[in-house]
Ligand binder design. Structure first.
Ligand SMILES: NC(=O)c1ccc[n+]([C@@H]2O[C@H](COP(=O)([O-])OP(=O)(O)OC[C@H]3O[C@@H](n4cnc5c(N)ncnc54)[C@H](OP(=O)(O)O)[C@@H]3O)[C@@H](O)[C@H]2O)c1
Length: 217
């Protein structure tokens, strides 16, 4: 898990652990090792900016999947380019080099914050960084799942989502994003696809099962 100390990553790490998966949580600060361990995962030190592709590949070796839920938006424009764009690209290349086939990328819903309420130029840079990462992943040889959530909110999870290749834009609680990825990560059939996911009215497990039955719907 890349972004294990983050709001989505920490929730997802806990859920995957509850499902019986052994999870490694990548962190930068030594302090973050404690909550990662408390969540039942193995902390591993790593940094998407400082570490090389080879360094990251070394951390990934032996894992069944990599989940990228890191982001630099909180730290501003340069961090967005360094983490969300270049860091994601490095992680994709590292997964390929390490022989990890499955890669889930937390991307963004391209309709988010459009119109009058658009937060401006920094946001467009963020969207461009996310798109560049998506493109790089889709051009890789990995078995990928790109997840495009609507605007993330900290409300309690509902257990319900709306998910598909194209769905209407809505917000989504971070808990529900984590639950969706936990359900979809090892779903056969959800391979080399990008899925939009928002708050909705379909139980998460049912939504994933429906996507498996018709992954391009
Ligand atoms: N906000 C939204 O509405 C929205 C909507 C759609 C998608 N997203 C995307 O959803 C994802 C998760 O969001 P979130 O709210 O969980 O973000 P978050 O809480 O800000 O977490 C970001 C994570 O990225 C890690 N990170 C930052 N720089 C790093 C680096 N150089 N190397 C390794 N890890 C680094 C952070 O670690 P540290 O603790 O060490 O900083 C943290 O674990 C992000 O990719 C975001 O772009 C957000």
């Amino acid at each position: 898990m890349i972004g294990a100390s983050g709001a989505v990553g920490s929730r997802l790490m806990r859920r995957l652990g509850e499902q019986g998966h052994r999870v490694s949580g990548m962190h930068r600060s030594e302090d973050d090792a404690v909550p990662i361990r408390d969540a039942g995962a193995d902390p591993v030190r790593g940094d998407l900016v400082e570490d090389s592709v080879e360094d990251l590949a070394g951390l990934m070796k032996g894992h069944d999947a990599v989940v990228f839920s890191a982001g630099g938006a909180g730290a501003g424009g340069d961090a967005v380019d360094a983490v969300d764009r270049d860091g994601a690209k490095k992680a994709v290349d590292a997964a390929s080099a390490a022989g990890v086939r499955r890669f889930a990328l937390v991307s963004v819903f391209m309709d988010a914050w459009r119109g009058d309420e658009s937060p401006g130029e920094g946001f467009e840079r963020y969207m461009a960084a996310k798109r560049a990462a998506d493109v790089h992943l889709a051009a890789s040889n990995l078995d990928y799942l790109t997840v495009r959530p609507g605007t993330l909110v900290d409300d309690a999870g509902t257990g319900f989502v709306n998910a598909g290749s194209s769905v209407g834009y809505e917000e989504i609680p971070r808990d529900d994003v984590a639950a969706f990825i936990a359900a979809a990560l090892f779903s056969p059939g959800l391979n080399r696809v990008a899925i939009e996911v928002t708050g909705g009215s379909e139980p998460t497990e049912d939504a994933v099962a429906a996507l498996q039955a018709r992954p391009y719907a």
